[in-house]
Design a protein around this ligand. Structure first.
Ligand SMILES: Cc1ncc(COP(=O)(O)O)c(C=O)c1O
Length: 298
């Protein structure tokens, strides 16, 4: 069965133009298509409002800067994203933003003079019900070597190693991958960050160039603060990850997801632990507070 694409009629925004997805065309010479020379962001929409928008746009700006992709007006991009959300009338959803270096004859070096970047925005509905069921049961993660490139701090669309790892995991009935580097140390998951808890203390891998600085993890730091805790930088081997009290995944759509199995090893009691549960409750509380505070501008 062919998986369903988002509706062909759903509106997207391509280079400032709002049009149905099946009418939006990108050149075959776009460097995003040819080289994966592109960056992206995904924002969760709660009641049609982009959550952690500042954080996502700050990361986008950084990714663009690191790849020297210039010519994007971020405030205009935001306005277009808001217009598209309004036109799409999606309440619970995800906003996807992608910028490529643009269209140029195929050559590895950057086009000289630079060409205008390609800007793409799409909105899709997100049904949290299945994710919520997984939050309640907890999920299984499966170890996989981290075969990604050396600049995972950039949110680039070059995600082949992530896709291969997740495919391997899915075929074994897992939810996400526990990626480990050549030293056997955990880096992160394919599209989420990993934290772990030992004796009530929360740990996570330090933000270096081998992991993406997760917006959800950043928020988790503030939420931990509210609980009188902090997230401490640390490194952990795959072997030791299997001995901790709690393992947590964090990401834009999963929020805080408890892990109850790593490979064949049960974590803690085999049920979501107290810290993950508290963090998830604090997460939702913080969304509620923000929704109450946010004025709708249409
Ligand atoms: C590799 C990787 N790590 C972590 C994350 C979590 O980031 P965020 O919390 O900003 O969604 C993502 C999100 O896509 C990711 O791709």
């Amino acid at each position: 069965m062919i998986p369903e694409l988002p509706k062909a009629s759903s509106l997207v925004c391509l280079n400032g133009e709002f049009l149905p997805a099946d009418q939006a065309k990108v050149s075959v010479w776009d460097r995003g298509f040819i080289f994966g020379d592109a960056v992206y962001e995904v924002c969760r929409l709660y009641r049609g409002r982009p959550w952690l928008e500042e954080e996502h746009f700050a990361r986008l700006e950084r990714s663009l800067g690191e790849l020297e992709i210039r010519g994007i007006d971020l405030s205009l991009l935001k306005k277009r994203m808001y217009r598209l959300i309004g036109k799409s009338q999606v309440s619970e959803g995800l906003a996807y933003v992608q910028i490529t270096r643009g269209v140029a004859p195929r050559a590895h070096a950057f086009p000289e003079p630079p060409v205008p970047p390609t800007e793409f925005i799409a909105i899709k509905p997100y049904d949290d019900a299945k994710t919520q069921a997984s939050r309640v049961s907890g999920v299984k993660i499966i170890s996989h070597p981290d075969q990604r490139w050396g600049r995972c701090d950039i949110k680039s669309t070059n995600l082949l190693a992530n896709c291969l790892a997740l495919e391997h995991v899915k075929r074994q009935g897992g939810f996400e991958a526990a990626l480990f580097d050549k030293q056997g140390l955990i880096t992160e998951a394919t599209h989420s960050s990993i934290l772990w808890v030992i004796g009530g203390r929360i740990f996570g891998t330090p933000g270096e160039d081998n992991i993406l600085p997760g917006c959800t993890r950043l928020l988790a730091g503030q939420l931990a603060d509210r609980l009188g805790k902090k997230i401490e930088d640390s490194k952990i081997s795959l072997e030791n990850l299997k001995k901790v009290d709690e393992v947590l995944l964090m990401g834009t759509s999963i929020e805080v997801m408890p892990v109850v199995t790593v490979d064949e090893t049960t974590i803690g009691s085999g049920k979501p632990g107290p810290i993950g549960t508290e963090l998830q409750a604090a997460y939702r509380e913080s969304v509620r507070e923000w929704l109450d505070r946010t004025v709708v501008i249409s």
